[in-house]
Design a protein. Structure first.
Length: 177
């Protein structure tokens, strides 16, 4: 899988740079090093089912699909959802289910998830994400804290989430209904 497969034509020449790039509709494809870090923090295996919130171009869902059993990816912007679904099918991914909807609500129909990964900044973990995450599962997301955004790893234990911070990041905001 090549990042350039997920980047608009006018940015393909920049696809190998470790920088975010615009994909349209006020969205971006994150830099590869950050996507890699977030995926590793999930601590998943070949039997894992992951909820990917904020499909965007489909790049992160494609990376996850190579690491786990199933990816459910949800995108709020219809045009991005449609483009990513077509792209992922065209590239031959069979273990990714694409959903158009409000990612802040998760996707109850396929829950529970071994991990949840969020590619847009939010004020915190929604009740739906917490409820849909398996015991012992991890949620990785950028959390808004005043003017800053912090990458957070949340681990569910006894129905509580323990948070670990992993440095400052910059993401587009999560769009809710």
């Amino acid at each position: 899988m090549e990042r350039e497969d997920f980047v608009p034509d006018e940015y393909k020449h920049l696809a190998n740079l470790d920088t975010p790039l615009p994909i349209g509709y006020e969205a971006t494809i994150s830099q590869p090093s950050l996507v890699d870090k977030m995926c590793k923090l999930l601590q998943i295996d070949k039997n894992s089912k992951i909820l990917d919130v904020g499909t965007g171009s489909g790049y992160q869902a494609a990376l996850l699909a190579g690491m786990c059993k199933e990816v459910v990816t949800i995108e709020r912007v219809y045009e991005l959802y449609e483009e990513a679904e077509e792209r992922l099918k065209g590239l031959g991914y069979t273990n990714i289910k694409s959903i158009h909807g409000d990612g802040s609500k998760g996707y109850k129909e396929e829950a529970p998830y071994d991990g949840i990964i969020v590619a847009a900044t939010t004020d915190g973990i929604t009740k739906e994400w917490k409820d849909q995450l398996k015991e012992g599962g991890r949620i990785i997301y950028p959390e808004r804290r005043g003017w800053a955004q912090v990458l957070v790893e949340g681990i569910k234990n006894e129905d509580k989430i323990t948070k670990i911070d992993h440095g400052y990041v910059k993401f587009v905001p999560l769009i809710k209904d």
